[in-house]
Design a protein around this ligand. Structure first.
Ligand SMILES: [Zn+2]
Length: 217
């Protein structure tokens, strides 16, 4: 499993995509308004690893990456949550958003393993539970957190993998925000240009009308 750092970033990305889709700017006073949305999406992105907490101290490895890491549970949770609370107007739109946040966890875990690269070192997840087959990507992009016992959790390897996740996810967030802001800026400039082009004929027409009136006098 990847650490909560990567999964929380995925929840944040879902939230930022939602705001970008709704074309709302994240100003300081609006942040407080959006905190519940952000918290729900980040929690959903981490939710599948709850099986680890329940299994820890007993037989964590067997219980972890179980049925919570499946599209079946992702769908059920998204639909149930959408019945209880709509994060955006509309049942299906909310359900899709919840599914995206929850599904981001499954996607990250598919690309998590013990060695980076085309190593086939992923542990796999039962993506189509109750079908017990485990799926994993042959390309591994994220180091898995070592969680055999309490000592392993606080190992130096886990500290390195947390730093790696923080750096890679941080860089992705910064690059994506810069690109998005650039796109937004060019769109605003294009709209302004178009507006000035459509306004010009009107002002020309009014000038012509004015000179016509003056001739009549
Ligand atoms: Zn997981």
């Amino acid at each position: 499993m990847a650490s909560p750092i990567a999964h929380s970033f995925a929840g944040l990305w879902t939230f930022l995509c939602l705001r970008a889709h709704l074309k709302t700017q994240l100003t300081a006073h609006r942040w407080r308004q959006y905190v519940p949305q952000l918290l729900v999406l980040v929690s959903l992105a981490n939710l599948p690893d709850l099986d680890f907490l329940f299994g820890f101290g007993f037989h964590a490895n067997e219980l972890h990456r179980g049925f919570t890491h499946s599209l079946t549970i992702a769908t059920l949770i998204s639909l149930t949550l959408s019945c209880a609370w709509r994060i955006v107007p509309g049942f299906w739109r909310s359900a899709i958003l919840y599914f995206t946040a929850y599904g981001s966890h499954l996607l990250i875990d598919l690309f998590t393993g013990t060695e980076i690269g085309w190593t086939n070192s992923g542990s796999g997840i039962p993506l189509f539970w109750p079908w017990p087959k485990n799926f994993s990507s042959p390309l591994i992009l994220i180091f898995g957190v070592r969680h055999k016992d309490f000592r392993a959790i606080f190992s130096i390897d886990n500290a390195w993998s947390s730093v790696y996740e923080l750096l890679t996810c941080g860089v992705i967030t910064v690059v994506a925000s810069v690109l998005w802001k650039r796109k937004l800026k060019s769109r605003i400039l294009w709209k302004r240009k178009r507006k000035s082009r459509t306004n010009r004929p009107t002002s020309e027409a009014s000038a012509r009308l004015l000179s016509g009136l003056q001739h009549q006098k």
